[in-house]
Design a protein around this ligand. Structure first.
Ligand code: ASP
Ligand code: MG
Length: 284
């Protein structure tokens, strides 16, 4: 089993969605794919929440978000003849209706409560996952994994922590057999009260690591717009070198000190996985 996580830059346009479909379909292994929101969507949703809190005009921002999501899903119809475009447009329209209802409710009370903000922020990941499920389903049956059933997030924490063992148990009780390809939205889980909670900005890497532990994956791949971890940010320094191999400790330090390539919490669950899987035998 392999976990593959695709970030927003890999999901910026219908062409990119299509490319990800090809990548997932070309795998020999069983795959669980984890998706972020399409590029810029989470930032747009953050702005929307700020506008709610400042009691400002919301229509323009809502229209911007709607237009970006509807364009991606309708463009997918144009690229792939075998794709159920009407189903996808309907799914997107339903998500956007939900978004409008939340926003209207918040506008009435003049602010955005934390629980509603989490729902609003998760729209992008839900969109990507539903669209990918429809795209992938043209070839094979797909399992859609719901992080609210097993990614347990510690309550009230500003910097959310996930209880990995509890996640593993819940995962086993909800999913005993997976299809060859499963998909899951990144970035959120569930609180002890049963509310949707986010894992913090860039949290989809962390979602992928937790899922990798739950399915006892042999590999967890984080797909992004660069080829791997560089000696320095390649957008800032031309001579940046791609690093072949590094220890968990080094990767963890890099992300804690601000390297954007990896969410700081991603490594811990994966390091535990190493010691519980067959891969650990290679080390002994
Ligand atoms: N979409 C979320 C963000 O932009 C989560 C992620 O991309 O990992 O923070
Ligand atoms: Mg990211």
């Amino acid at each position: 089993m392999k976990v593959m996580k695709f970030g927003g830059s890999s999901l910026a346009t219908a062409e990119k969605f299509n490319h990800v479909v090809a990548l997932v379909e070309s795998q020999q292994d069983q795959v669980c794919a984890v998706f972020s929101a399409p590029q810029s969507i989470t930032n747009d949703l953050v702005v929307l929440i700020e506008l709610i809190d400042q009691q400002q005009e919301l229509t323009k921002q809502l229209d911007l978000i709607s237009q970006k999501l509807l364009t991606i899903s309708s463009d997918c119809g144009a690229i792939r003849a075998d794709f159920d475009a009407s189903k996808s447009q309907q799914q997107t329209a339903n998500l956007l209706d939900q978004l409008r209802n939340w926003v209207q409710g918040c506008a009435l009370i003049g602010y955005c409560p934390t629980k509603v903000a989490a729902q609003i922020l998760s729209i992008g990941e839900k969109f990507s996952t539903l669209l990918m499920a429809t795209l992938l389903r043209t070839k094979n049956p797909i399992t859609v994994l719901d992080p609210r059933l097993f990614i347990h997030v510690e309550d009230g924490a500003d910097d959310p922590i996930v209880e990995t063992e509890q996640c593993q148990q819940s995962f086993k009780s909800h999913y005993n057999a997976l299809t060859d390809t499963s998909v899951m939205p990144g970035f959120y889980g569930v609180s002890a009260q049963g509310d949707l909670v986010t894992l913090g900005r860039n949290g989809s890497d962390y979602s992928a690591a937790i899922l990798a532990v739950c399915v006892e994956a042999r590999e967890c791949e984080i797909w992004t717009d660069v080829d791997g971890i560089y000696s320095v940010d390649p957008r800032l320094v031309d001579e940046a070198q791609l690093i072949d191999q590094m220890s968990y400790q080094e990767a963890m330090e890099l992300s804690y000190f601000g390297a954007k390539i990896l969410h700081p919490k991603t490594i811990t669950p994966l390091a535990c996985l190493l010691y519980t899987s067959d891969a650990a035998d290679d080390l002994l």
